[in-house]
Design a protein around this ligand. Sequence first.
Ligand SMILES: [Mg+2]
Length: 125
Amino acid sequence: MRPKKVLIVDDSKLLHRMFEMMLRQYTLVHAYDGREAIDRLNEHKDVDLVLLDINMPRMNGLEFLAEVKSIVEHQRIPVVIITTEGTEDDTQRGLDAGAAAYVKKPFRNEELLGVINRLTASPAP
Ligand SMILES: [Mg+2]
């Protein structure tokens, strides 16, 4: 079985490095704002899940979500919002806009892996 492919969308380089260490068993694709993330999705048609920051330049996480949910070939990809303290309203807006789940920073490795595994598990035949 091929490793699952996860698209990381965050304007913090530090976060990308942290996810690289935490998610070694996955193939990672990187984007630093929502606009770039749309481009990456169009290049990588086999992305299994998106980890999404909210506050980013050019196109923020909520704008990215609205865009992704309007594109038929991408709208089924589960999106997990990575939330920081004080962004509860945006997190709720993200869930309303179709995000599958959220993970609150700081989070434990197992917590993140649990959410990813649950959302990328193949449905029983
Ligand atoms: Mg940010």
